[in-house]
Design a protein around this ligand. Sequence first.
Ligand code: GDP
Ligand code: MN
Length: 388
Amino acid sequence: MKIHEYQAKAILKQFGVKVPKGEVCFSAKEAPAIASRLGAGPYVVKAQIHAGGRGKGGGVKIAKSAAEAESFAAQMLGMTLVTAQTGSEGKRVRRVLLEEGLQIATELYLGVVLDRSQGMPVVMASSEGGVEIEEVARRSPEKILRAPIRPGFGLQPFQARNLAYGLGLGAQADQAQKLVTALVRAFADCDASMAEINPLIVTRDGQLMALDAKMSFDDNALYRHPNLRELRDLDEEEPLEVEASRFGLNYIKLHGEVGCMVNGAGLAMATMDLIQLAGGAPANFLDVGGGASTEQVSNAFRILLSDPSVKAVLINIFGGIMRCDVVAEGVVAAASRMGVKVPVVVRLEGTNVEEGRRILLDSGLNFSVAAGMLDAARKVVALSQGGA
Ligand code: GDP
Ligand code: MN
């Protein structure tokens, strides 16, 4: 789960990271009152969307007066902001953060991410702040410092000091050490999968502050953090993914035209590969799970069909715990309720397969039955491209 910058800053602040004074607003009318609470200005107006690169895309503006802050907020709220991370369709801005403007002396990078190859979190730091860390990694990997956080030991004080001196923060060594330690504690205590401050700044008067902040959390640990779960912003998520999560389905929207309904993540991956091999592209990843009910299957099918880019559907089920007749009943129920306008190819195998096929054939609906996975992939790709 991702959250907004202002929410991440509020969390980091609780752990002792210094952040600029600021408040979020949902309408420009609120801006002048916020500005007066922030002080004399300048102010920074920042679009809150779940994507970075806002600075270059026009989503971060510096205002000299409260009136200017209000007019920037009015411009941003409701606009579709396109950045390097949003894709060309952009994201609609519904909240803006108003902050005190600070005098920046230096911009640095500090983040904690999971290093899957080492099997532990790692602190990454760089004197190249304000730019994408992926770009620094590509251009000048030697400028990235790393400190692994050993499970059971945590970040050691000497590691925090090394990072501080490595970043050239000798004059702020104590502050820097505290900040790194606080960030690592926030990451661990919140079960985060990522916590990033970019840029981390040194102000002209020598203060270290998080000018930008980004956090995301491990969904599987959210049950331990009811207060974090409330920060979820459904407006930022793909509507069909939100709908699918209501029914406990694993659905991820992709950019192709073949809708896939599969049970089991491994079979779903293999199905997507076969669709590519046959010259097509999957419109989604959908794992209905091992023990789905007729109801869930029927919702899954409905969600698949409500994506307008789906030109043909492949149902690929291996009945183990999941029974083929249950799948067939769910599909027929959804299909007869909504009226299916696209061709559907079905490949069923395993428990109660005969009964499943019979339910599909007796339904009077138009399903093509495939002999094996590759045949199914070829058929559905041909149909999605208008062939037979
Ligand atoms: P991002 O582009 O989405 O990562 O948004 P950031 O929050 O990182 O802001 C982009 C850039 O705007 C920063 O790297 C700063 O250079 C600039 N910026 C943001 N806040 C301030 C501020 O308070 N004062 C000044 N002078 N610049 C700021
Ligand atoms: Mn940033």
